[in-house]
Design a protein around this ligand. Structure first.
Ligand code: ADP
Ligand code: MG
Length: 522
């Protein structure tokens, strides 16, 4: 006789931890650092706070295989009653709303806690306080894997001595620091690129690296939004109907719960789809819901999804970030207008960096980001790589090997990831089109920059060649003019004429002055 029982979410992830990136000591260390850093950034920048983050990684035994990670942020903090659940209950969090964030599933940090618990038998330590609280509190927690509930081992509550808000988290996991080091350092470096308004300190056994903020401007925080009618399914309709008044008319339901649906649009839709706008939503049968969902998908007169739920960086901040990390000679950036796919709004941003300290390589170096998260794995299957590889760079005056780097950033409430690894963006036509436009525009700007530089060099070369003959010409002129001793004045006059001519040509050929003056941006 078989015996039957259920599996709790914690048990599921305990058995399948590689799904969430916790597959081996190298990847797990990297993943744990990511989860903590991303939570700290969400707790600051999304709430209008300039992030101040300290991340420490240190071995906690002599064999170097147990690693302690400690992170401290100045974020909004976590209410005392929520701490156990958010850290020790799988699928619990504050980000289950339609708004751009780094975290979405309410899973990440619990995976790190779970991994700590099963590899080193140590609990997670959390200290936190919220702005309005008079107290600060410390917890030590385990997860009850079978029940998917927190086990509180220790709780200390104290009166706050100084006014602060934020969170400190510490956990010890089995990890391989020497092998994970390069990835983690690169991850933090790229995070500093995409968050130029953040100060991030990374302290490791080898070094202490500080990325000081280069801007005090935060991007507009995202707002919580409504679903777009094109993105619904039967389950979502059921959930929304459950949360609404059952006597509500279909017409009011559509206008109240969906993005960009006014009364007129709702009426037109009902007429087109064969629904009575006065139908009470509590009376819709499952068959009605199926029809409604299908019709909502195919109706093509909805307004585009509003991008208020998104928080793009903007071209100025993106440029600041690129300058901070790549230190190029030239940088240009674009933040495209909002677009959408399948009812999900998205915004593409790209930057191109050239020269300076950008490494020389045989193909453009690519730095990818999704909702401000650096993507370090699976570059070869990412849509950005495909676009860059398809470009004939000769057209843009780039001859390889060359010092060129391209940054791509996609913001969306639903990033079109390829596969569960969440490390590569899929080839969604709408996204591909936007990326193509943005990357090619930055490439055109690079070509203009390179043309200017070329012309400038050409003119300089001419100037040098001409000045070689200057003394001889001066002497000859002095002789012809019978003006012995007037060489100095003649030479001066000739030089003035030459400079004037060069300047005239420069203006005719287009803006050398601007290229010479501001080689570092556009
Ligand atoms: P997610 O980030 O996907 O929501 P996590 O398991 O990583 O899932 O985190 C769960 C919740 O814990 C978050 O939604 C957030 O509310 C809270 N949280 C985690 N870390 C912090 C932090 N440093 N500051 C404030 N809140 C945090
Ligand atoms: Mg998270």
């Amino acid at each position: 006789m078989e015996s039957y029982k259920g599996l709790s979410p914690s048990q599921f992830f305990y058995r399948n931890r590689e799904i969430a990136g916790f597959s081996n000591p190298v990847r797990s260390l990297y993943q744990a650092v990511r989860e903590l850093l991303e939570n700290s950034l969400d707790a600051t920048e999304t709430h209008g706070i300039l992030p101040e983050i300290k991340l420490e990684i240190k071995p906690s035994n002599n064999q170097n295989d147990k690693i302690t990670i400690r992170i401290e942020d100045n974020g909004i903090g976590i209410p005392i009653t929520e701490v156990p659940n958010v850290f020790a209950r799988v699928f619990y969090g504050s980000k289950y709303v339609l708004r751009q964030a780094r975290g979405v599933f309410g899973l990440g940090v619990k995976m790190a806690v779970l991994y700590a618990q099963i590899t080193t038998a140590t609990p997670i330590y959390v200290k936190s306080s919220i702005e309005s609280s008079e107290t600060e509190y410390e917890y030590r927690l385990f997860i009850d894997i079978e029940k998917n509930l927190p086990i509180v081992l220790e709780l200390n509550v104290r009166k706050k001595r100084k006014k602060w808000h934020g969170t400190i988290v510490e956990l010890t996991i089995q990890g391989n620091w020497p092998l994970a080091r390069r990835r983690i350092e690169e991850y933090v470096r790229r995070t500093a690129l995409i968050a130029p308004y953040a100060t991030i300190r990374l302290i490791t056994p080898e070094s202490s690296i500080e990325y000081k903020r280069v801007s005090r401007k935060l991007p507009e925080p995202p707002q919580v939004g409504k679903y777009h009618p094109k993105g619904v399914d039967i389950e979502l309709l059921k959930i929304l109907i459950r949360s609404a008044d059952r006597k509500m008319r279909l017409l009011d339901f559509l206008t109240k719960y969906f993005d960009g649906v006014g009364k007129k649009t709702a009426l037109n839709f009902c007429q087109w789809a064969g629904f009575n706008p006065d139908h009470k939503i509590g009376r819709l049968t499952l068959t009605d819901l199926e029809k409604l969902s299908n019709k909502m998908h195919v109706y093509n007169k909805w307004r585009r999804p509003k991008p208020l739920t998104l928080s793009p960086l903007g071209d100025t901040l993106l440029k600041e970030g690129v300058k901070r990390i790549l230190e190029p000679e030239f940088v240009t950036a674009i933040s495209r207008p909002p677009s959408s796919y399948g009812g999900n709004p998205f915004i593409i941003e790209t930057a191109l960096a050239w020269g300076g300290k950008v490494p020389v390589s045989d193909t453009p170096m690519l730095l990818r980001f999704a909702n401000r998260i650096p993507l370090l794995y699976d570059e070869s299957v990412d849509v950005s790589r495909k676009i860059i590889d398809a470009i004939d760079w000769n057209v843009y005056k780039v001859k390889f090997p060359a010092p060129i780097a391209i940054v791509t950033h996609i913001c969306s409430t639903k990033i079109p990831f390829k596969g569960v690894g969440k490390e590569a963006i899929a080839e969604v036509p709408e996204v591909e089109k936007e990326l193509n436009i943005a990357i090619r525009e930055t490439a055109r700007r690079l070509r203009r920059h390179l043309s200017r530089i070329e012309k400038m060099y050409e003119i300089k070369r001419k100037e040098v060649t001409i000045s070689k003959y200057m003394d001889e010409v001066t002497r000859a002129l002095a002789y012809i003019l019978n003006n012995d001793g007037g060489e100095t004045i003649i030479k001066q006059k000739l030089m003035e004429l030459l400079k004037k001519e060069i300047k005239r040509k420069a203006i005719v050929r287009g803006g050398i002055k601007s290229a010479a003056k501001a080689p570092c941006s556009r």
